[in-house]
Design a protein around this ligand. Sequence first.
Ligand code: AMP
Ligand code: MG
Length: 408
Amino acid sequence: MEQRGFVFIEENLLSPAQAVATFLARVAVAPRAFERVRLEDACGRILAERIVADADYPSVPRSAMDGFAIDAARAPGTFSVVGEILMGHPWGALLQAGQTVRIPTGGVVPDGADAVVPIEDVQLSGQNVAVEAALDAGTNVNPRAGDMRAGTPILEPGTRIGGPQMGVLATLGITAVPVFPRPRIAVISSGDELVPPAMHPGPGQVRDSNRHAIAGALQGMGAQPFHGATVSDVPGALERALRKALAEADAAIVTGGSSVGELDRTPAAIAALGTPGVIVHGLRVKPGKPTVLAAVGSKPVIGLPGNPTSALVILEAVIRPIIAALAGAPLLVSTVLARLGSPARSRRGWTWFIPVRLEEDGEGSLAWPLPVRSSLVSLTAQADGYIVVPEEAEDLEMGSRVTVHRFI
Ligand code: AMP
Ligand code: MG
């Protein structure tokens, strides 16, 4: 008889949070050494080094308004207009007592001036402007180094580069940006019943949807998934596919065959690859109990259930921090506070991840729990996210306040 190395003993199962903590304590998950990409290609990437201002920005005081540059100590008073400052060109001379120059927003405030009076606040007559009110030095002036000071850290490693960070990098003249490589993650599916999407499934066959769902979700998490083999349930096939994939990949995700049935070869295949091997098998969670957290060296190997809803929910709700650690990224979570539109059923002692659809009514967001059937492909596609019902909770009543984690 074939040896069965794994069985689930319910009271020994870990909660998802315990499982991930156990895994991350055992496996040194980290991004590869950083690379540099062109500024144009940096958006969406994870910064790998601290960015420090190389100089003062702005390097000179600049006007915050269209108006007249004056010495504030001489206001109220009348000033003679001796010229106009052009954008991109400093005045070049010292402004004398009682003089002013016309200055545009962003123009360099000349030496001898320390404030700008907006054009609408002066009386113009011929070559003179009259300033009727007193004003403080620095009024309407963006001072030197007021934005970034030389030597000051501006962006920290692990920052996700979005539009605002792109603006900082461009301002600092960083055209080759140090970023962590996107983790390359092999996606492998297993099951004798699987056919590729281009084929028509015969009775009992299903199109391999999981690998595409998983690859899509991984892309959204900043990883670079690639398709590994689709393996049959014969002994040895998955182990070979995993060895091949891990030669190139930083991690592998297998879907199907992760439970304790006779054809469930994922745990044994991973165990055969080397140490530390299987770290967690089975989670105290619905859906997605038959999940495997394993590693070969420092490369995570994750066994997801074959059932499509379970696979995707576990990837989003449980595996995401492991992917984030590989990417060198902070854990990105997008949440919405909502009220439950109808009760959500759960079972004490188990963490439930319940997909929900979001709707807006006059009072905010309503979350409608969808009936959890782990075998469905369409369920997560109809959901906007999921709620977590913790172990210690029973059913949640209609109207309960919930945090919806969006599928990103
Ligand atoms: P398993 O985890 O291998 O026992 O599979 C559980 C269920 O998920 C079975 O109904 C499988 O047909 C289905 N399944 C497994 N892998 C995939 C896949 N890659 N795409 C879609 N369904 C799958
Ligand atoms: Mg199977």
